[in-house]
Ligand binder design. Structure first.
Ligand SMILES: Nc1ncnc2c1ncn2[C@@H]1O[C@H](COP(=O)(O)OP(=O)(O)OP(=O)(O)O)[C@@H](O)[C@H]1O
Ligand SMILES: [Mg+2]
Length: 244
């Protein structure tokens, strides 16, 4: 949400697809999503198109959001027996992009942390994966497994998928641990680690309770500045080049 907002603030046209049943991305972008709200759940299940359910973030005109609701937690089971169960989001996004006059510069998909059909649907649409890594001891523990899983998805579902960015968050300059985590990631994944880091900051954790990204909530804060820096770095590296 913070990166999407940073891009939107800079005039880019951005779409955020909330694919997490918890709907934290919807909340933080100012879109209410009580159970029953027309949402990505209805899109996945074919009752609505993205056009029907998309909203605009109150803070940025060029930032659109497809909200999720807690109902989405039932989708995993409800779509499990469909033949096209991994293609549902792709079909919806492809027809929306073909139909809408909006020309998005960036589309972000926020995923839930565990791999299921919803994440598979997301990885089927995505070209790039950004993995946020908290600068804490346990953060690296699941990373190798996560990468293996994504590579598996890559080979069977989406050869165009690139694990192209890792972003160290909750970075605390005063601790050795933060520095060590950063250096560890850099040692293993030098090509994808973004140079900019996100500091641990109370303002960042407060922003969602005001239904705002840090960019809107406190534009001059260290957190907002850091997210803008990351957005710039991503913009400057451009789209991934495929050799496959
Ligand atoms: N840089 C930061 N400084 C302080 N708090 C942060 C920072 N980044 C995130 N938080 C807080 O940590 C919590 C989790 O953040 P976030 O929702 O981004 O994590 P997540 O990995 O998406 O979680 P989940 O896996 O449950 O979806 C939130 O309450 C958020 O406000
Ligand atoms: Mg999340």
């Amino acid at each position: 949400v913070n990166l999407a907002s940073a891009f939107a603030e800079a005039g880019m046209r951005v779409l955020v697809l909330d694919m997490d049943p918890q709907g934290n991305a919807s909340t933080a972008l100012g879109i209410q999503h009580p159970s029953g709200t027309p949402s990505i759940y209805d899109v996945i299940e074919g009752r609505n198109t993205i056009e029907d359910v998309v909203k605009t973030c109150p803070d940025f005109d060029s930032l659109d959001v497809v909200p999720s609701t807690i109902d989405l937690s039932g989708a995993e089971l409800e779509i499990a027996t469909l033949d096209n169960r991994t293609e549902l989001l792709k079909e919806a996004v492809d027809s929306y992009i073909a139909a809408t006059s909006k020309k998005y510069d960036y589309i972000f998909i926020d995923c839930a942390p565990s791999l299921g059909l919803l994440v598979l649907n997301s990885l089927r649409v995505a070209r790039e994966v950004l993995i946020p890594i908290q600068a804490e001891y346990y953060a690296l523990e699941g990373l190798g497994q996560l990468l293996k899983t994504i590579q598996l998805v890559q080979s069977s579902f989406n050869p165009d998928l690139d694990i192209s960015m890792m972003l160290v968050t909750m970075y605390d300059r005063r601790t050795m641990l933060s520095k060590e985590v950063y250096e560890e990631v850099q040692r293993h994944y030098p090509q994808v680690l973004l140079k900019a880091t996100i500091p641990r900051a109370v303002r960042i954790s407060e922003a969602p309770s005001f239904a705002q990204s840090i960019i809107a909530y406190d534009p001059k804060s260290a957190g907002a500045i850091a997210y803008r820096e990351v957005a710039l770095e991503i913009a400057q590296r451009g789209a991934p080049v495929h050799e496959k």
